[in-house]
Design a protein around this ligand. Structure first.
Ligand code: IPD
Ligand code: CA
Ligand code: CA
Length: 258
């Protein structure tokens, strides 16, 4: 039942992305000039809320543009109505809807859908991860120096030791390819599908990673925070890998060298 609602909700949101994409829509800035929200983000969120609230009016919702709609429920829906808004606003089809479902604080299900590539990623705890219904698995590369990585940079850059720029510099000075797609949810799913060997980012919000981190774990990967502790989406840092390069990437992010 939850899975059906999740699928209906993610499709309803994605329909709004395709409806607005490359058309005309309003764009406004949030905390900083390049932290954007478009009419499509709001439309997607509204469509998703309708599906969930019609079927489960007493469930807790946490969504990027509205914030928390608290309810005394074991189930919490964690929603990013468009992940990759800057891409969306520029007509770059690397963006998606991301919805994670948490039960008593444990992520039990997640879906990420990029309608422009017709790619629907899904995972249910203990049951594996799929792309358009077919099982996916992480890559098996075990050498960081031969890996293909992906990262993202926060809109408000924090100039800290071992921050985003320092780590990026260390990697590219070793000629390790580090891509930057602009959608953390897709970064995670593409890692789950073995396209990337690892992903790291310093400053995410729960809705960026809620679905994607479960999808990586269920595809056989490993996800931790930047200290190497068990991953919790309510803190900012993430390292998600195929498992085999995890310790090497973690050591680097913690300040080591390759
Ligand atoms: C952003 C994307 C981006 C990441 C940012 C996020 P948004 O989400 O996931 O890849 O680097 O930290 O805020 O704003 O497009 O939903
Ligand atoms: Ca996001
Ligand atoms: Ca968003």
């Amino acid at each position: 039942m939850i899975k059906d609602t999740l699928m209906q909700a993610i499709e309803a949101g994605a329909k709004e992305l395709t409806r607005y994409f490359n058309g005309s829509f309003t764009i406004t800035s949030k905390a900083t000039i390049n932290d954007l929200v478009t009419e499509a983000d709001h439309a997607s969120e509204k469509a998703i809320f309708k599906v969930i609230q019609d079927q489960f009016p007493d469930h807790f919702i946490l969504s990027e543009e509205t914030g928390a709609i608290p309810q005394a429920s074991a189930i919490k829906w964690i929603i990013d109505p468009i992940d990759g808004t800057i891409n969306f606003a520029n007509g770059i089809p690397i963006c998606c809807v991301s919805i994670g479902v948490e039960e008593n604080g444990v992520m039990i299900m997640g879906a990420v859908y990029n309608p422009f590539m017709n790619e629907l990623f899904f995972a249910e705890r203990g049951k594996g991860a799929t792309l358009n219904g077919k099982k996916i698995a992480v890559s098996d590369k075990d050498d960081l120096l031969r890996s293909c990585l992906v990262t993202g940079f926060p809109y408000q850059y924090l100039d800290t030791e071992n921050g985003p720029l320092q780590i990026f510099e260390k990697l590219i000075r070793k000629a390790i390819p580090v891509r930057r797609l602009g959608s953390a949810a897709l970064d995670l799913c593409w890692t789950a599908a073995g396209r990337f060997d690892g992903f790291y980012e310093h400053k995410l919000q729960a809705w960026d990673s809620a679905a994607g981190f479960l999808i990586v774990e269920e595809a056989g990967g490993k996800v931790t925070d930047l200290k190497g502790d068990a991953y919790n989406p309510y803190q900012p840092g993430i390292i998600a890998t195929n498992g085999k390069i995890h310790d090497q990437l973690l050591a680097l992010v913690k300040g080591g060298n390759i």
